[in-house]
Structure formats: C-alpha cells, structure tokens
Design a protein around this ligand. Structure first.
Ligand code: RIB
Ligand code: CA
Length: 352
C-alpha cells in the first residue's frame, strides 16, 4: 500500500512532466524558409501561406534560390507575397542564381523549370513589391543565423539545396549547429511511388543541384526527407480547390485569380499532387506522415543517374559516408488537407 507522501511525490512528478511537455510543445520552431519560390499556383507559394498561418513556426528569415523560376523571379514573387500577407517584417535574402555545377542542357530548358533563365522578372500580381531583399546574401545569412542560434534553428528547404550546401562549405562545423533540416526533395525507389519526376530516377530539386544535395544529405544534420514518395499520396482535386477558395481573404483571392495548373475543364476529376506543402505540414504536425529510417545518398555523376537519390537500410559500395535520415512515405491526406484549408483560408493573422 503506497503511503500518502509517496502518492503526493508521484503526483508532483506527473504534473511536472505534463507541464514540461506542454512547454516543450508550445515552443515554436525557429525556421529559415529556403525556397525556389514562384507566386501561386506554385507549390512553394501554397507552402509559404500555410507556414505564415502556423503559430508552430517562428520565421527568422526567407532565403531564395534558383529552381522552379530564376532567382530574380522567385525573389520578386516572395517579396510581393509577404506584402499581400502583411508580413513585411520577415527579411528576405537572395541566394544562389545557379546550381553548383549543373549547366542547363536543352533538356533542362525545354522540360520544366527556368532556374537557368537570365530574363528580367515579370511583375508579380499587383506589381513589384515596395519591400526589398536584404543586402546580405542567403549564404551569409544562413551562416550568421545558425552561429547566433546554435542548436535552435530548423532549415525548411523546399528547393534545390544550393544555398544550404554553400553555407555548410563556407563555415566548417556549421552542420553541428543546425537543429534539423526538413527537405522537400528526392525520390526513393526502394519505397512505393519512388520514381523521379525530372528523369526516371531524379526528383526536380535534387536534379537541379545533385552536388548540393549530396553535400547536404551527407552533412550529419538530422534530416526529415519529404520525397516524391509522400508527395504522391496527396490528391488535390477541384472539390478541395473550391473549398479552399470558398471564403474571401487576400490569400484565397490570389489563389482563385491565379487558378491551378493542371486543371482540365474537360476532365474535372483531375487531381494534382502537393509537394512543399506536405514538407511544411510535417514540421507543424509530424503525426501527418509516416517515416522510415534509411541511409539516403545522391548520384552526382554525369549520366542517366544524375540527381537520383537512393535509400537503403545499409551502406552499399560507393555510398560510404551516406547518412541515415527519416524518409516520409505515407500521408494522412484527409487530415492534412483539412488543416491546410482551415489555416490558409483563415483571415490573415495580425503579426504576433
Ligand atoms: O519535385 C517537386 C519540387 O520541385 C517542389 O519543391 C517544387 O516546388 C519544385 O521545386
Ligand atoms: Ca519548391
């Protein structure tokens, strides 16, 4: 029979544990949002809208990189989105204008993306932003911010990993001070739905800059990888799109005006995948995805495998130095899309 004092001690321990747990959960993630941004309907735009409406995330800054669009276009678009969101206080740092080594081939110029373009950016919706990017570059910002907040910063990387790789190369020892990396990128053929989307094996972000992806995945930073395997578990239909734009807010107006690539009125049942949105959501609520721990490495050799990511339960010849990471491959789509719509369609919160 437990005496009264021992029961009281147990009660104190339980209350303390619950309090500490709640306090830990309440602490928002300090994030650097690294993106190859494009204004809606680009997935990076939807992902940023979700992140801006999520109190679980504390924006330290946004860094831009060439990928879907040129660096100039992506930077101009994200500055304008922050104005539409009333979040001009978030600093934006322009990063790499080109990948580390990849020179644009005819295939690159004619298949998808305009990371290689040197054309002047087109006007974002409502015109170019008043807000300007900071004078410092993305690499300098990433290094300085991680150094200033060792062990506290999560890098949300949803484009080619050029900026992150350059920061790691610029400052030896930096990797040990990054709390975690959440990366949208790659495709793991060893798991279901693991084909590439740029070549048979390579996903776009890793294909644009395989050398950077290899550096970052081998860095030893704790990584949550959100590859095409989990993207392909999403199913964004016209019905969900109409629910998203049913209310009137600056975000939903922009989404409605910009429409949704891939919709085909002749085929109203077409569904579209979500990519960056899932990577962001997995940081907000990790229970939305299921992960498997795998070694993941990237092929940076010229040839048919350029940019292909491989995941395996043990090291294989040529992958010496590869690191283990959490690889997302299942998604609770219904819970995800309900959260996404509830948050993105909400009136824009006053900045806390
Ligand atoms: O392959 C999908 C990824 O490539 C997404 O991040 C999309 O925005 C593009 O960058
Ligand atoms: Ca992206």
């Amino acid at each position: 029979m437990l005496d009264r004092n021992r029961l009281r001690s147990w009660a104190v321990i339980v209350v303390l544990a619950l309090t500490l747990g709640a306090a830990a959960r309440a602490e928002p993630h300090k994030i650097i949002f690294d993106t190859d941004f494009g204004i809606c309907p680009q997935d990076d735009c939807y992902a940023l809208m979700l992140a801006l409406h999520s109190p679980e995330l504390e924006f330290l800054g946004i860094t831009t990189v060439a990928g879907n669009w040129s660096l100039e276009q992506g930077t101009a678009d994200v500055l304008r989105l922050l104005e539409i969101a009333g979040r001009e206080e978030i600093p934006v740092y322009a990063g790499a204008d080109m990948p580390l080594m990849h020179e644009p081939s005819e295939y690159a110029r004619t298949t998808y993306g305009s990371w290689w373009s040197d054309e002047a950016p087109t006007e974002p919706p409502g015109g170019f932003a008043e807000k300007q990017a900071e004078d410092a570059g993305a690499v300098e910002y990433i290094v300085d911010t991680i150094e200033a907040h060792p062990g506290e910063v999560t890098i949300l990387a949803i484009g080619p990993l050029t900026n992150v790789a350059m920061a790691l190369r610029h400052r030896p020892g930096l990797a040990g001070k990054v709390k975690q990396l959440v990366i949208m990128g790659g495709a793991v053929a060893a798991l279901p739905d693991g084909a590439g989307n740029m070549t048979p094996g390579a996903e776009f972000n890793f294909w644009v800059d395989p050398e950077a992806a290899k550096i970052v995945l081998r860095s030893g930073i704790p990584i949550q990888l959100s590859p095409l395997n989990v993207s392909r578990k999403s199913s964004f239909s016209q019905e969900w799109f109409q629910r998203l734009v049913a209310t009137e807010t600056p975000f939903t107006r922009l989404i409605r005006e910009r429409g949704r690539v891939g919709w085909d009125d002749a085929d109203p049942d077409v569904v579209i995948h979500m990519y960056d949105q899932i990577a962001v959501a997995s940081l907000i609520d990790p229970t939305l995805v299921t992960t498997t721990e795998l070694y993941v490495d990237v092929d940076a050799s010229p040839g048919i495998g350029y940019g292909t990511s491989y995941g395996f339960t043990r090291i294989w010849p040529g992958a010496e130095g590869a690191q283990k990471m959490q690889v997302q491959h299942e998604l609770d789509w219904e819970r995800f899309i309900e959260m996404f719509i509830e948050r993105v369609a909400k009136p824009i919160p006053a900045h806390p």
